[in-house]
Design a protein around this ligand. Structure first.
Ligand SMILES: CC(C)(COP(=O)(O)OP(=O)(O)OC[C@H]1O[C@@H](n2cnc3c(N)ncnc32)[C@H](O)[C@@H]1OP(=O)(O)O)[C@@H](O)C(=O)NCCC(=O)NCCS
Length: 406
């Protein structure tokens, strides 16, 4: 076998997308490669070849990633990772991902992120589970809102949403740690403004929220099914996305969805684990968290760059020894951080804490407490009180959340 890993040429994208389809168990329609080429940066698009045949795929794209502050850091988002079933467990992912991580470090990207198809894969490469997501259901029959807000909800077509949603999302993204950017192609595809080979446009609805002063402050995209049992509604409304830039928009859009007639249940997935919705309901028990799972994983490549790029809940000084089997992040770092910013440099000071790079990734966005990582043996404390200090510094007032699949 003649196995090699390298970045691809445009002429190889058809074979690359077909390999990806095999890995993800779906068939790639004719013409998809040509559309897909517009999404990829070939310098960031890797393949494993067996002779001339593509047997592995992996690529990254550059995106802003909101971190506590809120502020943002440019990251490499890893995606489309597959190895053909005929070539698995021979180190091809290892070779593709280490090649990409090296290239990412050369591009001076301090942080990499991904969504893992299976939990055990990416710890091998220094990624730590960092941001969770949750699914919810609401039993609509008894649901009432405590204090209904004013403002209006207007059903709009997809063309109107395509015009208004990106600006609203950007305002939301700038304030929500864990969220990433969405480019024009993303919006065109998500809102069916472009023909993508194989993509089907589902039945659905979309609405904008305006405050009573007329300011556009949120939108929702949802679908519904209608059914009944003994002449009573059993259908469901599924909220695909609800973006609110003010508390008023948040209340009104959820209330709108919960008050749709002829449905019994509302479902929403990939939401924040800190969803405030229950607090708006007269009976919060009508809301259930039906799932909670890891969503975004973080890989820190440049500890000093990454830790200096976010803010911290309180002022503090910490010396952290980081181990990294792949070498990128290895070293001892002095962090001086607070609510208005941070510096982080390599140091010879005695370490307060030591941890491996995946634990730094888990801590980074504020999605897990340093106490938990200490208790499960992923952080070692060398100076009394250092874990308490880290827990307070890294904590955020609400959980990080990424509402975008990538
Ligand atoms: C996940 C996938 C890309 C792994 O590719 P691969 O070439 O077999 O991976 P490697 O041989 O380089 O394995 C590297 C290490 O990760 C481990 N590993 C890889 N995939 C794993 C999995 N699904 N579960 C548990 N461990 C896994 C390997 O055992 C190996 O560990 P080791 O270094 O201790 O031996 C491949 O199985 C695949 O394409 N799966 C289906 C598509 C998918 O899930 N892609 C990921 C999208 S996020």
């Amino acid at each position: 076998m003649d196995l090699r890993v390298r970045t691809v040429e445009a002429s190889e994208i058809d074979a690359w997308t077909r390999c990806m389809g095999v890995g993800f168990l779906y068939s790639v329609p004719d013409g998809y490669g040509e559309y897909f080429l517009g999404d990829v940066d070939l310098h960031r698009t890797w393949a494993a070849f067996d002779g001339e045949q593509v047997v592995g795929t992996l690529r990254s794209f550059a995106t802003p990633f909101t971190v506590p502050g809120p502020t943002e850091v440019g990251v490499a988002a890893l995606t489309n990772v597959t190895v053909a079933p005929t070539h698995r467990r021979r180190g091809l992912l290892t070779e593709m991902i280490t090649s990409e991580l090296r290239a990412s470090a050369e591009r001076e990207e301090a942080v990499g992120i991904l969504i893992a198809s299976e939990y055990p894969i990416y710890g091998h490469f220094g990624y730590g589970a960092a941001i969770e997501a949750a699914a919810y259901s609401v039993d609509l029959a008894p649901t009432r809102f405590v204090s209904p807000r004013s403002g209006s909800v207007e059903l709009v077509d997809l063309v109107t949403l395509r015009r208004e949603a990106p600006g609203l999302y950007e305002r939301f993204r700038a304030r929500q740690p864990g969220s990433i950017g969405r480019d024009a192609r993303w919006w065109d595809r998500a809102l069916y403004q472009v023909e993508v080979p194989g993509a089907k446009r589902p039945e659905g609805y979309q609405a904008l929220y305006r405050s009573s002063a007329g300011a556009l402050e949120g939108y929702v995209r949802y679908r519904a099914t209608q059914s009944s049992d003994h002449m009573r509604p059993t259908g469901e409304v599924t909220v695909d996305e609800l973006v609110a830039t003010t508390p008023g928009a948040y209340e009104r859009l959820w209330r709108y969805c919960c008050e749709i007639d002829l449905v019994a249940t509302l479902r929403a997935g990939d939401r924040t684990v800190d969803e405030p919705l229950g607090w708006l309901l007269e009976d919060a028990r009508t809301l259930r968290q039906t799932g909670r799972y890891d969503f975004v994983w973080v890989r820190v490549l440049d500890v000093a760059g990454a830790l200096a790029a976010r803010c911290y809940a309180v002022d503090g000084h910490l010396v952290i020894e980081v181990s990294d089997d792949l070498g990128f992040a290895q070293g001892r770092y002095a962090l001086d951080g607070g609510p208005s910013g941070a510096t982080c440099t390599r140091t010879d000071e005695t370490a307060d804490l030591s941890m491996s790079v995946d634990a730094v990734g888990s801590l980074y966005a504020g999605g897990v407490s340093a106490h938990i990582l200490r208790d499960i043996g992923r952080i070692d404390e060398h100076r009394a009180g250092a874990v308490d200090r880290a827990a307070v510094m890294f904590q955020t007032s609400t959980a990080p959340w990424c509402s975008t699949w990538f």
